[in-house]
Design a protein around this ligand. Structure first.
Ligand code: DGL
Length: 288
């Protein structure tokens, strides 16, 4: 985007762009639909390149910039990076490439978790890339220093793939989750942060497994609603909120399978948006 969005005529009626490596961002989209029912939403699932969590920062950044460019070409007035991994790896690059675009990212809820953890031991479930990022390390150190909370980090390798396959309650998904949650509970965690937007879709299973592992209450933290509230604030400040009464429409794009995204929308959110396949953005030769 080259112009100032605030000066664009009709900018308020333009859609909001939301993207994730796959279907995880739908857990954020559902909050945005609740908070902003009059807004049109364009959702991009970069499923041909999922999971992002096993990729290098440079690869994630290249894909995130390509998806952002596509959404801007489609006329969005603001962007929600509905992916913790893409936020940690690419939000700086997105903001510097598109300084006029309001961009909202998502990060693991370390701060709210620290504020409400009686044991002061918090488990963080996220992708490898998110947990290895300098951004998360800094956040963790700052919050630990201020609150005395200890964070136990757990990379959930393979979990995004299970959720992309729609296996929200399968034996294999339960096995993985038990393997990841069990050490955190053993170390005394009473709060689990869902540091990946895919994970809210297995929250019932996470709560069930935590309940089998301990009799102590275990709180689960998801930042999807907070991101949606931040979006409302940023749109309001930039005079970009759609004020007219209009039933917000959702349109979706995927670099992967059209039927997989159609099925995910229907089964996870009971929505039936048009889904288009966009296979040619970015530089596919550079990343596979
Ligand atoms: N939903 C992404 C996140 O929030 C998933 C990452 C992945 O593709 O590995 O981190």
């Amino acid at each position: 985007m080259t112009g100032n969005t605030q000066e664009m005529p009709m900018a308020q009626v333009a859609p909001i762009g939301i993207f994730d490596s796959g279907i995880g961002g739908l857990s954020v989209l559902q909050h945005i639909r609740q908070h902003l029912p009059h807004e049109d939403l364009l959702y991009f699932a970069d499923s041909a390149y999922a999971p992002y969590g096993d990729k290098s920062e440079a690869e994630i950044s290249t894909r995130s910039l390509a998806v952002t460019e596509f959404l801007l070409q489609s006329g969005v007035k603001a962007l929600v990076v509905a992916c913790n991994t893409a936020t940690t790896a690419a939000i700086k690059a997105i903001r510097s490439a598109y300084p006029d675009l309001p961009v909202i990212g998502i990060e693991p809820g370390l701060k709210p978790a620290a504020a409400q953890s009686p044991s002061k031991i918090v488990g963080v479930l996220a992708t490898k890339a998110t947990l290895l990022s300098a951004r998360l390390l800094t956040l963790q150190q700052q919050i630990s220093a201020a609150s005395g909370v200890r964070f136990e980090l757990q990379a959930c390798v393979g979990l995004v793939d299970q959720i992309e396959k729609g296996e929200l309650r399968s034996a294999q998904t339960a096995l993985l989750l038990r393997r990841y949650i069990s050490p955190l509970i053993k170390q005394g965690a009473d709060t689990l942060v869902l540091g990946c937007t895919h994970y809210p879709f297995v929250r019932p299973l996470i709560e069930e497994i935590a309940g089998e592992l301990t009799t102590r209450p275990v709180a689960v933290i998801d930042t999807g609603a907070a991101v949606s509230r931040q979006l409302v604030k940023i749109l309001t400040e930039n005079n970009l909120l759609r004020t007219s009464v209009h039933a917000g429409q959702v349109s979706a794009f995927t670099s992967g399978s059209q039927s997989a995204l159609t099925t995910a929308f229907a089964s996870l959110l009971q929505l039936h948006p048009p889904v288009s396949v966009v296979a040619t953005i970015g530089q596919p030769a550079g990343i596979s």
